[in-house]
Design a protein around this ligand. Sequence first.
Ligand SMILES: NCCCC[C@H](NC(=O)[C@@H](N)CCCCN)C(=O)O
Length: 452
Amino acid sequence: MEQIKKALNESPAMRWGILLLVGFVLSVNYYFYDAFSTLKDDMRTVFGFTGTDYGLFSAFYSVPNTFLMMAVIGGIILDKIGIRRTGFLFVFFMTIGALLTGYGASDYFNNGGFGYEFMGSFLPRFSPELKVMLLGRFFFGLGAETTIVVVSKILVKWFKGKDLALAFGLKVGFGRLGSFAALRLSPLISNEGTNLSSAIWLGAILVSIGLLAFLVYMLFDAKLDSQIQENTSEKSENKFSFKDITGLISNRAYLYIALLCVTFYSAVFPFIQYAPDFFSDKFGLTSVESGNLTSYLPVGTLIFTPVFGALIDRKGKSASAMIFGAITLLVTHLLFALTNTPPIIPLILLGISFALVPAAMWPTMVKLVDENKIGTAYGLMYSIQNLGLFIFPLLAGTILDATNPGNPAVSDYTATILMFAAVSLIGLIFALLLKYEDKKKHFGVELPLNKK
Ligand SMILES: NCCCC[C@H](NC(=O)[C@@H](N)CCCCN)C(=O)O
């Protein structure tokens, strides 16, 4: 009797193994993004970085994704040339970016190594190490955002019809694990700046191991494709058209959710880039203590995002959840800016908001957009989001410098955090508008996710 061979994705062990493999790629991605927040003060003492320099470095992650629309283009390329080639290309960019950043921060480069003289020969306002690190951050960001889209598509390929929602929840969890590890390890290794470049190199090495992990994944992906003869996911079923984009932005509900996305994440991710330094300066913590304190945030969201996700799956109320999350975020920043409340209290509130809003926001897209446009819808949302991730770290650094002249060791963060509170307030307005629009047009945003 002829044996019917099971495809690789039919095996649960294989599927969860793949999740571990690509989850690792996501973890190192988030690790490198967050590896610098606990090093802000060390970069001030070792490289002389001002708040604006640090903000610019953080913001450069988003330049390719916003100004070159790379998150959208990456998604289109993904649909055209498939997971393996797109994934390799973008994880490679991410790795080159991380290595370049490490090179710019290395003692070899800063002692007049290859390219130092050239990098010092233009734009004298910026130091050679900052310029190389900016270039590195640019390539890292270019690779990192599309890598997140690639990993989503990989999960759809392996998990469709088999615990896909859980796999998506765990995917975000892998990212948070990376942030957690970065906040814990970076300050320990840097040791008040005495080993600053080692702390940065550790991140670059982890990202390089992520590239190796992706190469291993490619072998399994090729095997799966050879088993699934008619592999539609590697082919472009829907030709991209600019009408898709105009169609999306003329849908008010989509627009409100994209604007909530940009404002919400702008008041969270850029804040985390400054949080350890803020905790040190306001509450007198060491860099290790403030990194440890900040690291409770990704751990909390790791646990609570899937819990809130499951609740929203069953009970719905996504728009209300986003409103509640936006209010909590506003209260968090007001407490940080205007009171001396022990920081763990606003941090817990921030954790609730950071778990609740993403759990409600990302899946809501299926209620607003046709399934065949979902890739473009997410890609566009990422590009819009990256505009915020570009502007706000830079603005935070500029406000910090303006309110603390002379680049002091201890800064007053009140105005900077109030800026984050203002962004949260705008986010709250978009969450309210979304609920209003849903009430008018009956998209079903408030219904449980399994009912469209
Ligand atoms: N299916 C969408 C999951 C997105 C999760 C979201 N990440 C982002 O929005 C990224 N575009 C930005 C990541 C920047 C830090 N690495 C999240 O909540 O992490």
